[in-house]
Write a protein that binds this ligand. Structure first.
Ligand code: HEC
Length: 96
């Protein structure tokens, strides 16, 4: 019984980690960028598949990147860790 529980929890944790970027994107980004990263109505630009996403997110965080509406993005990623941003950027890179 204990063994089964252990296996289940290990599987559960790894499944959660793998899905993190997609989950975070859905919760934190899809509202403005669309679930597929292609909604341009708010950001003016599709982000799907952009290999520079992590650089841009880090830039928003430290103030070195951004346009006229950068405050919106800075607010959106406030509270996300560097690992969160990495997971999200990896997910954005898979969007087509
Ligand atoms: C409240 C709306 C909103 C949310 C939520 C939001 N964004 Fe944005 N995003 C914007 C706006 C507006 C811009 C344009 C900002 C500027 O002027 O630099 C933008 C720009 C970007 C850019 C830069 C695009 C480029 O190439 O110039 C990236 C990358 C991005 N967002 C990713 C994300 C990610 C990832 C998340 C989730 C963590 C997210 N955004 C959440 C509104 C939002």
């Amino acid at each position: 019984m204990m063994k089964k529980l252990l296996v289940l929890s290990v599987l559960g944790v790894s499944a959660l980690c793998a899905a993190d970027g997609a989950k975070l994107f859905g919760a934190k980004c899809a509202e403005c960028h669309g679930g597929d990263g292609k909604d341009v109505s708010i950001s003016g630009k599709a982000i799907a598949g952009d290999a520079a996403t992590l650089t841009k997110l880090v830039g928003y965080k430290n103030g070195s990147f951004g346009g006229e509406q950068k405050a919106t993005m800075q607010g959106s990623i406030a509270g996300l860790s560097d690992d969160d941003l990495k997971a999200i950027a990896a997910h954005v890179g898979t969007l087509k």
